[in-house]
Design a protein around this ligand. Structure first.
Ligand code: GCO
Length: 454
């Protein structure tokens, strides 16, 4: 039996653009994702987040679902352009009212809100002014955070400044698959610095306005394993780890970029301001850890900068996203973060899997997701037993939702959404997760799988 500590937070995670819909209602301004998804050819199934899960109108039903499942926490994001349609300046009070009602409704059900302040939906107006390449965006972010914290700070005790700076930088500025869809390494490095500045400024704002609350940041972790014992592959794995993990984590955890990162990125030194070094040193209260899979890496001189490439793990199980199911990555990375950086607390802010679910006779028997969750939760429990200060776990995701460039082709929810009718159906994994959350423990070798509604 894996027993979790008293007061452990059991939640699900979502983000505004992926579930809210109401993309142009009640004064909301456009975000880069509105503009991008409205551009033909950008989203796999030609869809948009215009309606998504219609959560903006159905939030009460969704919170009732969480309560029914016995969850005691919920991680959601605030849409910056809903609060500040131009990104800065005039506040849209109707937009802010929505989050006020949402937080109230959560608190009434005893569900602790974990608020992410940036989950990729940058106001388009700020993108037009240079986006994250412009330092002004980091300053505007701090002002926006102050607006949100002034309104919600009396009830919100956990703030996450940014979600996955790696994805903003790599998908947006290296691979060019997310807005603003650039392939400019120099801009990428500049953006990563401005995200760190934005994070640090936000931490300062939150410390001032909500001194009793906990402030953290969410990073994705992709544990890297060398493809062979050869020294070339081992060195390749270290370079890959440096650029994919340490480059992003270490400014938040140590206040500094890794020296090895500068060696690899030497030609792309970003502009910094006097005082940035000091600014980046603001400490965080918790590290938010998103983790889905691992990378197996070999030496590959044909790949610029990193000189390494991933080796597909043929014959191993994979999720609908094509991500290898390798549960040990979660234990390994939680232990490593604890050992190398000693953060005061860690939350798994995302972990989950997409599978092609189907409703049959009103039921979604998502056996593979139950297996995925169980195996990962066992590793989370073992990590706690080994001394990791893990205080909560958020399954990605509450609902099937708009999976960025994959549109609605990937279902990550523990609750199925029929996008034609907006009907919600709790999947078997939802009942399974509910059972663990309610009992705060999990049987290592099955047992909870068969747990359907009581
Ligand atoms: C991310 C984002 C989520 C995704 C999820 C599944 O980690 O990429 O935070 O918004 O939907 O991870 O890909």
């Amino acid at each position: 039996m894996v027993v979790f500590p008293q007061g452990f937070f059991w939640g699900t995670a979502t983000s505004a653009y992926q579930i809210e819909g109401a993309w142009n209602e009640e004064g909301k301004g456009p975000s880069i994702w509105d503009v991008f998804s409205h551009t033909p050819g950008k989203i796999l199934d030609g869809s948009t987040g215009d309606t998504a899960c219609d959560h903006y109108h159905r939030y009460q039903e969704d919170i009732a679902l969480m309560a029914r499942l016995g969850l005691n926490a919920y991680r959601f994001s605030v849409s910056w352009p809903r609060v500040l349609p131009e990104g800065q300046g005039t506040v849209n009070s109707l937009g802010l009212d929505f989050y006020d009602r949402l937080v109230d409704a959560l608190c009434e059900c005893g569900i602790e809100p974990f608020v992410t302040l940036y989950h990729w939906d940058l106001p388009q107006a700020l993108q037009d002014g240079g986006g994250w390449e412009a330092r002004n965006t980091a300053l505007a972010f701090a002002d926006y955070v102050s607006v949100v914290a002034s309104r919600l700070g009396d009830r919100v005790h956990h703030w996450i400044t940014l979600n996955e700076p790696l994805a903003v930088v790599v998908a947006g500025y290296v691979l060019g698959i997310h807005p603003p869809a650039k392939q400019q390494p120099h801009a990428a490095v500049q953006v990563s610095h401005h995200l760190n500045v934005a994070h640090s400024l936000a931490v300062q704002v939150l410390r001032g306005l909500c001194p009793a609350s906990k402030v953290g940041i969410t990073h994705v972790s992709l544990p890297v394993y060398p493809a062979s014992e050869s020294s070339e592959d081992q060195a390749a794995a270290q370079r890959f780890d440096c650029l994919v993990n340490r480059w992003f984590w270490e400014p938040s955890l140590t206040g500094q970029y890794p020296v090895e990162g500068w060696e690899l990125l030497a030609e792309f030194v970003p502009q910094t301001d006097a005082g940035d070094e000091e600014l980046l040193r603001v400490p965080i209260d918790f590290f938010g850890h998103n983790s889905y899979t691992r990378a197996v890496v070999r030496n590959d001189p044909s790949v610029p900068l990193v000189g390494a490439s991933q080796v597909p793990q043929v014959g191993r199980p994979h999720t609908g996203m094509g991500w290898e199911v390798y549960p040990d990555h979660l234990y390994d990375s939680l232990l490593r973060i604890t050992k190398d950086y000693r953060p005061p607390a860690i939350f798994v802010t995302e972990n989950g899997a997409a599978y092609p679910d189907e409703v049959q006779a009103g039921r979604v028997a998502d056996v593979q997701r139950v297996h995925y969750l169980r195996e990962h939760l066992v590793r989370a429990g073992r990590a706690i037993a080994a001394g990791v200060p893990l205080q909560g776990y958020f399954c990605w995701s509450l609902l099937d939702n708009f999976e960025w460039t994959y549109g609605y082709t990937q279902r990550f929810g523990i609750v199925y959404v029929d996008f034609d009718t907006q009907q919600r159906i709790v999947k078997d994994s939802g009942y399974f997760y509910s059972r663990i959350a309610s009992h705060n423990e999990l049987e290592e070798n099955g047992g909870n799988e068969t747990a359907l509604p009581e």
